[in-house]
Design a protein around this ligand. Sequence first.
Ligand SMILES: C[S@@+](CC[C@H](N)C(=O)[O-])C[C@H]1O[C@@H](n2cnc3c(N)ncnc32)[C@H](O)[C@@H]1O
Length: 292
Amino acid sequence: MGEDGPTPPSGVDITVPNVARMYDYYLDGKDNYAADREAAERVIEVMPGSRAGAQANRAFLVRAVRHLVAEAGITQFLDLGAGLPTQNNVHEVALSLNPDARVVYVDWDPVVCSHSRALLRAPDSVGVVEADLRDMDAILRHETTRTLLDFDRPVAVMMVSILHFVDDSDDPHGIVARYRDATAPGSHLVVSHLTGDLMAKARPEETARAEEIYRRTATPVHLRTHQETEDLFKGYGLVDPGLVWLTDWRPDEPVPDDSTVVRLGGGRGGPAEEAPGYGGRIPAYAGVARKL
Ligand SMILES: C[S@@+](CC[C@H](N)C(=O)[O-])C[C@H]1O[C@@H](n2cnc3c(N)ncnc32)[C@H](O)[C@@H]1O
């Protein structure tokens, strides 16, 4: 570890804020640098619910994996845009429920991948592929993918908090479809996606400022409507309760419908955060769907 965070792999520019490491900061991780923390703090300033949103997203991911293993009988996961290893990663949740589970983590960030490789000590169950998720063929043909995943059996394709980093010009529908077509019947798709449906209406200035901060990272954010997000599930049937607010997807505890704030986590020992201004909802949709 360097003074300012982990020693970066060679060639990594730590002066440019990076979404993986900003997300790590929201989750109270240690794998971030000054530029990431400053950009994340600026987003938190204009969007106080950002850290709570990241934690809610991670909690959705855990609930989705639990559902897939325990109820849908899925044992294979292709986690695209997996992020830095943190608590309750896909493999931890899946392997705790089924020791035969297999997980391939894909991320294009060299810091993410070098940390993942250092931390993951189950080469028979878990692999890491450093690649751009838009490079579908390279990922699907990659030796690690082919060794760990059997595409004749169902695979869960995880696109959690990642498709809003894919511009329309990169054809997100085509990307999702390529992975869908590579997987067997009974495979699943898991998506969470930031939206402007509430946020941009309730807090247009803050939304524009947050988007502007992300524009200066390597991966600008593209907010999508409910319909636009639902369209990404073409060829899949959404399982109950459909495409809903992040916190409403099969919550472990009932979500109070009169909530005006969301309180999640304490973030670095501080008080629980609130996400005011849009009815207490985290401005992201979540859904799990089964290939038709
Ligand atoms: C917000 S994090 C989400 C992490 C994890 N999926 C989760 O929901 O907890 C987004 C991750 O996607 C990665 N990422 C962004 N664009 C990518 C791309 N085109 N290909 C692969 N990874 C990408 C970033 O490096 C980052 O680690």
